[in-house]
Design a binder for this molecule. Structure first.
Ligand code: S3P
Length: 435
């Protein structure tokens, strides 16, 4: 493997062994910055994820007037409450980060000044009507390009938003969190009902900071106007980042890894249940609760995987893991149908298309469906030599890097810089534990 700046070159086959941690959770790091800045206390966030996406959120919060100090991965936020937020003197740039734009739009809708949120080409092409329409119903003046469906977003905030009940037809934690943040400062109760449960980090953190929030029902969440009280936080390892190594250990021969201090929130880590059902040897040890989030150490070893069907019911709980889960399915015995996953088409790339195109290039047989794909599994795939596109999508670049570890011929993952949006240090960690 050579360490070129922009590409990852792999010629296997490899095995993987080691005891390690992955960097802090991306979803929790975004929320930790936003929620801490709404308090009037100093909050220390330990193990903050220094990825491009989370740094965008931090930069924006700073542009709104919040002070912070960052030493390695220890971040202290010195919030003075939302009343102290100031009108930014420039556009607020989120880069590639969907979580930043959608969550911050909820907050900015409650601030009485003008702000403009914009991102890179991928962000400015992703749907925003899913947050614009409900925020408008609460009384926010928010506008977007393409008939109010795309960023840049222009927001004239309003301190008198009204709480409402929303019945959403998509299960999205970004939409839910956006509305919960707006609801935190709106008059009356805001309720978000979604068809299935999506990741609940916002609810857990708001509860930990003292908000009046009820999410015990899972699919329906209610929030009342609340004042938050700052409390220090530890960010556990990112399950979505760990997923690349979990699946590497399962599909590669003679492999065994231990990943310590990993977030295993059930609304996020449903992949573990799927992999266990596929025959994956996975042990969950040292289970504990840290700052309202479940954390554990995982032991994973080489396994003979078998295909199972993956349908809509739990898609929201594995949404970011489908590219790497597809790699596990490729080396399982039997064929896998993944359905009900149309949301994948509007992520950082059209992930259904990206997986199908790039798997076919290396010789993994797949079929594209409108709402998912079929993967024809074969433990003994002899992968072709190929140059793989990342589509500027971190999870596609990392998933294909893991698939390439099984091949005997050279596979080049082009433009792998995008990995820094969620997992700085991915290549270095991978190099360290491969044999
Ligand atoms: C995220 C929610 C998910 C996920 C994204 C992070 C979050 O998006 O894909 O990477 O932090 O809330 P949706 O909730 O829109 O599916």
């Amino acid at each position: 493997m050579n360490k070129e700046k922009e590409n990852i070159e792999i010629k296997g086959p490899y095995s993987i062994n080691g005891v390690f941690e992955v960097p802090g959770d991306k979803s929790i790091s975004h929320r930790a910055v936003i929620i801490s800045s709404l308090t009037k206390q100093k909050v220390i966030i330990d193990n903050f994820l220094l990825s491009q996406d989370c740094i965008r959120t931090l930069d924006i919060i700073e542009k709104l007037g919040v002070k912070y100090i960052l030493k390695n991965t220890c971040l202290s936020i010195h919030g003075c409450g939302i009343e102290s937020f100031q009108e930014p003197d420039d556009i607020l740039y989120v880069g590639n980060s969907g979580t930043s734009i959608r969550l911050l739009a909820g907050i900015l809708s409650t601030c009485d000044f003008l702000s403009v949120l914009s991102g890179d080409a991928s962000i400015n092409n992703r749907p925003m009507d899913r947050i614009i329409n409900p925020l408008r119903e609460m009384g926010a003046a928010i506008f977007g390009r393409a008939c109010n469906n795309k960023a840049p977003l222009v927001i004239f905030g309003n301190r008198q938003l009204k709480g409402k009940v929303f019945m959403s037809d998509i299960s999205s934690a970004q939409v839910k969190s956006c509305l919960l943040f707006a609801g935190l400062f709106a008059e009356g109760i805001t309720e978000v009902r979604q068809p299935s449960i999506s990741r609940d980090h916002t609810e857990r953190m708001l509860e930990y900071f003292g908000a009046e929030i009820d999410y015990k029902n899972g699919k329906n969440v209610k929030i009342n106007k609340s004042t938050l009280k700052g409390r220090n936080l530890y960010v556990p390892g990112d399950f979505s980042s760990a997923a690349f190594f979990i699946i590497a250990a399962l599909i590669l021969d003679d492999s065994e890894i231990i990943i310590k201090n990993l977030g295993i929130n059930p609304t996020r880590a449903y992949l573990l249940e799927i992999l266990k059902e596929m025959g994956g040897k996975i042990e969950v040890n040292n289970y504990r609760n840290i700052n309202n989030e479940p954390v554990a150490d995982l032991k994973v070893s080489s396994s003979n995987l078998k295909a199972i069907e993956i349908n809509k019911k739990f898609i929201a709980n594995i949404i970011d893991e489908i590219p790497i889960l597809s790699v596990a399915c490729a080396f399982a015995s039997g064929n896998t149908l993944i359905s009900g996953a149309e949301e994948l088409r509007i992520k950082e790339s059209d992930r259904i298309k990206a997986i199908v195109n790039e798997f076919n290039k290396v010789g993994i047989k797949t079929k594209e469906n409108k709402d998912g794909l079929v993967i024809y599994g074969n433990k003994d795939y002899d992968l072709h030599q190929a140059d793989i596109e990342s589509y500027g999508d971190h999870r596609i670049a990392m998933a294909l890097s893991i698939a390439a570890l099984k091949g005997k011929k050279r596979i080049l993952i082009k433009d792998s810089r995008c990995i820094n949006t969620s997992f700085p240090g991915f290549k270095e960690l991978l190099f360290r534990i491969l044999n």
